[in-house]
Write a protein that binds this ligand. Structure first.
Ligand code: UGA
Length: 445
């Protein structure tokens, strides 16, 4: 008999996981405490922008014409508990207000709400990024709360998907990591992931703590790689070198590799920044804070990039922002996403606005979310309209659309032809030959 799965939390991670599991052939019930999300998903509407997810929903959501009907949604914990053999917990773990530590309240609430309804054998599988030690604590809670007793178990299975590639990363992950305490839990997870494993995806079995730490370590390593190249950008700027060339050259060494070496205004989003901070906080609690002091530097190099972009923009405006119009291309924290959580682009836009600049933002998908977060910034419906009358243009999120812009056409509407490329993604020659003063980060002027 095919396993029945529930997915608790239907944000970027959960909605994608639910749809991908239906695609793999399972019956899936998605649960969220937000009725608006459940209503949208039940009608096949994706409440965020994630390429390919709408097609998966159209293929599987029950009630949609021609769909398999394998995917349904609910707000009822009891229904979820009765339905599922395996329950994936995919709720978010944001940074606590005013602290580095991770806010576990959503994960805790999910376990506290589900476990009392677990009357039959079930495996609860945590996918959220959590401080090491959480799985052991939650396993104890399930043992206390679940009427099924020992038949209700916990496993930890961290998620490594990237926003913008969530569907692809979930269907074809580069590894699956499971933290388990029993053979039964491992067997169930092998059954869930049989398809990707048959396609060659490595399946790593570990204890709870190691599984939790794998995720912390992976995001710390990625953050470190980005801050490393941004530190090199600072040195390149001081010495007159070119960080893009440098990254290409060191990347040819296979031990280093080309990926995650794009210098610019640094990393943002709902994961890397808060994850390295939560990891430091947890290491501190464990008495291992010295091991992670380098992450403090990773974080501060990263935050310095945003301030540096503001300074470059001020310089380009002749020393002050008053009376100047600044066009900002990009609002989401990265391309192919509408997510503006801790977006470097919006942070820079906000700082310039607070310092008196008249900022107009354009983003292909992130405008609604940006306007909710920063309602006092100006927004334009197209890149051309954002650039109209601008004294300086800032390219802050490297959407494909921005690489395809026509510098000549933009030059005709801009007040001054000055552009700063905060992502090292535009072609300097194309802009310079159209009469623009072009400056990038960590590259010669
Ligand atoms: C990140 C990880 O890449 C995923 O493996 C992980 O599962 C996820 O966090 C998570 O913890 O949920 P994501 O936040 O979607 O994924 O985005 P990334 O593609 O990692 O980009 C993060 C930030 O780094 C973006 O702001 C991006 O612009 C920036 N970045 C990335 C750079 O500045 N330079 C680079 O070379 C690469």
């Amino acid at each position: 008999m095919t396993l029945k799965l529930t997915v608790i939390g239907t944000g970027y991670l959960g909605a994608t996981h639910a749809a991908a599991m239906a695609e793999l052939g399972f019956e899936v019930l998605g649960l969220d405490v937000d009725p608006a999300k459940i209503e949208a998903l039940s009608a096949g509407r994706v409440p965020m922008y994630e390429p390919g997810l709408d097609e998966l929903l159209a293929r599987h959501v029950a009630g949609i014409e021609g769909a398999t009907g394998r995917l349904r949604f609910t707000t009822s914990w009891q229904e979820a508990a009765e339905f599922g053999d395996v329950h994936f917990v995919c709720v978010n773990t944001p940074q606590k207000h005013g602290e580095y530590a991770c806010d576990m309240s959503h994960v805790d609430a999910a376990v506290e709400s589900l476990a009392p309804h677990l009357t039959r054998p079930a495996l609860v599988v945590g996918k959220s990024t959590v401080p090491v030690g959480s799985a052991a604590r939650l396993a104890d809670r399930i043992a206390e709360l679940a009427p099924a007793g020992e038949a209700a178990e916990l496993a930890w299975n961290p998620e490594f998907l990237r926003e913008g590639f969530a569907v692809q990363d979930t269907l074809h992950p580069d590894r699956i990591v499971v933290g388990v305490r029993s053979e039964r839990a491992e067997k169930l997870l092998r059954e869930v992931y049989a398809t990707p494993v048959a396609e060659g995806t490595p399946f790593v079995v570990a204890d709870y703590a190691t599984a939790e730490l794998v995720k912390n370590a992976a995001n710390s390593f990625l953050s470190t790689k980005i801050s490393f190249i941004n530190a090199m950008a600072e040195v390149c700027e001081a010495a007159g070198g070119d960080v893009v060339k440098l990254a290409e050259a060191i990347g040819h060494d296979e031990r280093i590799g080309h990926k995650f070496l794009r210098a610019g205004i640094g990393f943002g989003g709902g994961c890397l920044p808060k994850d390295i901070r939560a990891f430091m906080a947890r290491a501190g609690e464990l008495g291992a804070d010295q091991a992670l002091t380098f992450l403090r530097e990773v974080d501060s190099i990263n935050m310095r990039r945003r301030g540096h972009m503001v300074e470059l923009a001020r310089e380009a405006c002749g020393g002050g922002f008053l009376g100047k119009r600044i066009a900002v291309l990009g609002a989401s924290f990265k391309p192919d996403s509408d997510d503006v959580r801790d977006s470097p682009a919006l942070n820079v836009a906000g700082q310039i606005h607070l310092q008196g600049g008249q900022v107009t933002v354009y983003d292909p998908k992130g405008m609604d979310n940006a306007a909710k977060l920063f309602p006092t910034l100006g927004y334009a419906p197209t890149a051309l309209e954002a650039v109209r009358g601008a004294h300086v243009v800032l390219h802050l999120t490297e959407w494909r659309e921005f690489r395809d812009l026509d510098p000549t056409a933009l030059g005709e509407v801009a007040a001054e032809r000055r552009i700063l490329d905060g992502r090292n993604a535009l072609d300097p020659m194309a802009w310079r030959s159209a009469g623009w003063t072009f400056r990038a980060m960590g590259r010669p002027t």
